[in-house]
Design a protein around this ligand. Structure first.
Ligand code: NAP
Length: 335
């Protein structure tokens, strides 16, 4: 099969190539083989390729999101069968075929193309877990929420979830693409290029700040707007290119959480998305079916060639994506 492959860490523009590799064939009982129609890029893909984030990997094929068609199922899979259209998270999705866990996927909602569905899994699960698992648990329903990075892959979905699922009273979002961010449902856009975010949020009595941008400034800006006991949830931490030293990120988080327990301090949470969290993909599909959430996809189309995959990484690394960038592995865009 054809796949994008990197043999060594480095600039994706130099180390990623599309070539023939062996098609996966062995399935564990709860796994399925999927013919990939579309896959989306996430910053995590290139952070792994450049070596900024170290993950133990037998794969040298990038890609975490897919939408495609089930080709065969493992002996324990009861909910899916050959021919089903599914979408979800797996490792190595920039390929014609990928082995996926039947627990980390859902049936593709009717009316959504593979191209659109591929844009949802990792970003959607991150937005969902950031706001519901780490935010709502602490009582944010109906509250005031700020989202840092409102036009990006995660932020664009987080605004929709905050507004249409959590019924947030007011959603502030940072970003420079004002019209687009308002279109996702934000009530107020703060253009970080022209406005100091901390000043703009001062006294806003926020329940939650969901940070999809990172950097030490984010925590400082959030503290200006969070109410006493409010919660700062970050998916990036202080270092934007990696999670920095994960141990130091965790220690910082611990101290910030401890401070949050004293006086009027606010709470600090850094988390990594769990693509296997039970029921989350099905919930995402349900929100799409209910039209509460819709994927936001960049217009430019990418295909499974070396030049196009490299261009896809270059575009993602610019930090200027509006929504998600999708790679069409197969010509399924009209499905
Ligand atoms: N912890 C986890 O499990 C987890 C999971 C998923 C993603 N992440 C991380 O979360 C981050 C966001 O991911 P993503 O997929 O949403 O990225 P993305 O789609 O590449 O985000 C790009 C967006 O970032 C915005 N942006 C850049 N600098 C900004 C700033 N200073 N303030 C506000 N917005 C800014 C840009 O907005 P404008 O063009 O409007 O200026 C652009 O639209 C990445 O670092 C990713 O690695 C972590």
């Amino acid at each position: 099969m054809k796949a994008a492959v990197y043999e060594t860490h480095g600039d994706p523009n130099e180390v990623v190539e599309v070539k023939e590799v062996g098609q996966p064939s062995e399935l564990k009982p709860d796994e399925m083989l999927v013919k990939v129609a579309s896959a989306a890029v996430n910053p995590l893909d290139w952070k792994i390729i450049v070596g900024a984030i170290k993950v133990p990997s037998k794969h040298k094929i990038p890609g975490l999101d897919y939408s495609g068609t089930v080709v065969s199922v493992g002996s324990d899979v009861k909910d899916y069968k050959e021919g089903d259209s599914v979408f979800g998270c797996s490792r190595g999705t920039f390929a014609e075929y990928v082995v996926v866990s039947s627990k980390a996927c859902a049936k593709k909602p009717e009316g959504l193309s593979h191209h659109e569905a591929a844009a949802l899994p990792l970003a959607g699960l991150t937005a969902m877990q950031g706001l519901l698992t780490h935010g709502q648990r602490r009582g944010v329903t109906g509250g005031k929420i700020a989202i840092f990075g409102g036009s990006g892959g995660v932020g664009s979905l987080a605004i929709q979830i905050a507004k249409r699922v959590l019924n947030a009273e007011h959603v502030y979002a940072t970003g420079s693409a004002t019209e687009q961010i308002l279109g996702h449902g934000a009530d107020t856009v703060i253009n970080y290029k022209t406005t100091n975010v901390g000043d703009a949020l001062k006294g806003k009595n926020l329940d939650v700040v969901f940070d999809c941008v990172g950097g030490a400034d984010a925590w400082q800006a959030a503290r200006q707007g969070l109410k006493p006991g409010g919660i700062f949830v970050t998916i990036v931490g202080d270092s934007q290119e990696s999670f920095g030293n994960v141990v130091s990120t965790m220690i910082k988080g611990y101290w910030r959480r401890l401070l949050g327990k004293t006086g009027l301090g606010q709470k600090y949470v850094f988390f990594l998305v769990d693509p296997l969290m039970e029921g989350n993909m099905a919930q995402l599909a349900e929100w799409v079916a209910e039209k509460a959430v819709h994927p936001v996809v960049e217009e430019k189309v990418y295909s499974l060639t070396t030049a196009s995959v490299r261009a896809l990484f270059e575009a993602s690394m610019s930090h200027r994506s509006k929504g998600k960038r999708v790679l069409d592995v197969d010509d399924h865009r009209k499905c």
